[in-house]
Design a protein. Structure first.
Ligand SMILES: *Cc1c(COP(=O)(O)O)cnc(C)c1O
Length: 236
């Protein structure tokens, strides 16, 4: 077998073990934390191999890239999420193609999702993306706007809010990183205990290749891992 295929298999096994250990360490069981393979820039051959190695959840960043690759992917038993910034004018193309959109960060985007979901006679599952570090360069809604945006989107009949997603700032150390993850967890629990209609806070999506263990220890139940599975990304 090609070396890269062997590496992918071993990486998945290694990461799954570390996820399991962190889940147990945080007082949960192995099945409580979902392991997403982030497949942006990755060739379908390698994505299919990851699926053969047990991956059952993939995340893509770009609508066009996902649509151009999907026919080559063996997705029968795989859940697909959109995790990258989504422009309103692309909602129409993606809404029936993915199982969940993790990157909803504005009322205007949610309105377009609501409109297209109604047209397709469906309910769209989404996560709300929060810019937990208040970084200018980052996508995600400001923390200060969260409750306002949240309550407006929670009213939309064809949208089901399933949880929260974040990409924390690059941190100097784990203590600093934990501060952001803890903040997200507290927000997650706060909404969860409110028990609102159209809202089920099931998913807290945080943790990537460099910090997924720390994220799980802070309560994440879905980690999004790209380069630690597939190696460094090559942007064409
Ligand atoms: C690329 C990406 C990831 C994965 O990043 P790695 O560091 O390669 O694991 C996770 N989440 C989002 C939103 C991404 O864009």
């Amino acid at each position: 077998m090609e070396q890269k295929l062997i590496d992918i298999q071993e990486n998945i096994k290694f990461i799954r073990n570390r996820i399991n250990e962190a889940a147990v360490k945080s007082g949960r069981s192995e099945s409580d934390v979902r392991f997403m393979a982030v497949t942006k820039t990755v060739d379908p051959v390698y994505i299919n191999h990851a699926i053969e190695c047990g991956i059952d959840l993939i995340g893509e960043n770009k609508v066009q890239e996902f649509l151009s690759k999907k026919d080559e992917l063996r997705l029968e038993k795989v859940e697909k999420h959109l995790i990258g910034h989504l422009q309103s004018n692309k909602v129409r193309k993606i809404i029936t193609e993915v199982d969940l959109i993790q990157s909803v960060d504005s009322v205007s985007l949610a309105k377009e999702i609501e409109r297209q979901a109604e047209k397709n006679n469906m309910t769209a599952d989404i996560l709300l993306e929060i810019n937990v570090g208040d970084e200018e360069s980052k996508t995600g809604m400001d923390k200060s706007q969260f409750y306002e945006i949240f309550s407006e989107i929670a009213e939309m009949k064809h949208i089901a809010i399933k949880g929260l997603m974040t990409i924390p700032p690059i941190c100097e150390n784990n203590a600093e990183l934990r501060k952001f993850f803890d903040e997200m967890y507290n927000l997650f629990i706060d909404i969860k205990t409110k028990k609102l209609d159209n809202v089920s806070m099931d998913i807290l999506s945080m943790g990537m290749s460099g910090d997924y263990e720390e994220a799980i220890l802070c309560g994440s139940n879905l980690v999004r891992v790209g380069s630690a599975i597939f190696g460094p990304r090559i942007y064409k």
